[in-house]
Write a protein that binds this ligand. Sequence first.
Ligand code: SAM
Ligand code: SF4
Length: 335
Amino acid sequence: MHHNPHPSALIDRFGRKVDYVRLSITDRCDFRCVYCMSEDVQFLPRDEVLTLEECSRIVKAFVSLGVKKVRITGGEPLVRKDALWLFNKISRLPGLNELVITTNGSQLEHQALVLKQAGVRRINISLDSLDAARFRKITRVGDLDKVLRGIAAAKQAGFEKIKLNTLLMHGINDDEALPLVAFAIEQGIDISFIEEMPLGSVHYHRNSSYVSNEDTLKLLRARYDLINSVESTGGPARYWRIPNTKTKIGFISPHSHNFCESCNRVRISSKGELFPCLGHENKVDLIPVLRDFPHNDRPLIEAIIEGIKIKPKGHDFDIKRAEPAVIRFMSYTGG
Ligand code: SAM
Ligand code: SF4
């Protein structure tokens, strides 16, 4: 019989069990979304970024400690060369129930099927506009048609679930909540609305661009009979079903504190920093233990356990503050 060597190693000081890891495999991206990166963003030197071999060691260590779900993100994970190698390496680890990715969709047209074959179960695709010119404006360089073809390819490939992630900004795309939901219904996929977080000083209008999910929900309820879903992912999301459709609508509200007490996740940046909370500076650097001990995962496992011990009780965001409480970029921490 196999025993988990650390059955409750990933329980933090507040009794929360961590079984979900979000890993950023690159800080690079082919888009430059206005809320995420500055136009002239400087990417990290390659030797400061986790190698895919190191990513694989990290995932293995977490899974050996009881983690059941891994989300691969970035930056844009699918622009990382050989990302497929990593997916193939980790997707069938015993104990890992779900390997999922978050992508901007730019590479899906060609990669959706191989991703599915590599064992990726579910896919989140970011989509903020259905208008090509606007889409270009928000992403600065993105091609809407390519992303739409990517969504079609993902449907064709047969992922268990496809979900759109939408970030609404006042005066930019906040009139697209209804069209985007209609698109999701037509495609038979889910959609979640994400509130803008003050991560990194990107654009100066965050206070005025911020759209609250309360307002979006109100708008959608005027059009649809939304049914509250009890589903919980241990994260800051609430879900609603739309009767007679396959579509669920999620609202991810990081500004609410309500979810911190059930938080089940940690993040790893592309630099190998273990962040136990997106809204806190606390971290543990994994690169030293990975590179000092290339053939021994014991120090890595101890560093991970250390990271869980410093998981704070709650986060520290405040959109109204002049300076962001946390100045990391999402692309770097992993969204
Ligand atoms: N490049 C991939 C993508 O766009 O889906 C994965 C990484 S991206 C950082 C993950 C998610 O974070 C995207 O859905 C994006 O909209 C979201 N995001 C980026 N910056 C954000 C911010 N400041 N506040 C809230 N969400 C943000
Ligand atoms: Fe790239 Fe995703 Fe950030 Fe947009 S949100 S710049 S696609 S990492």
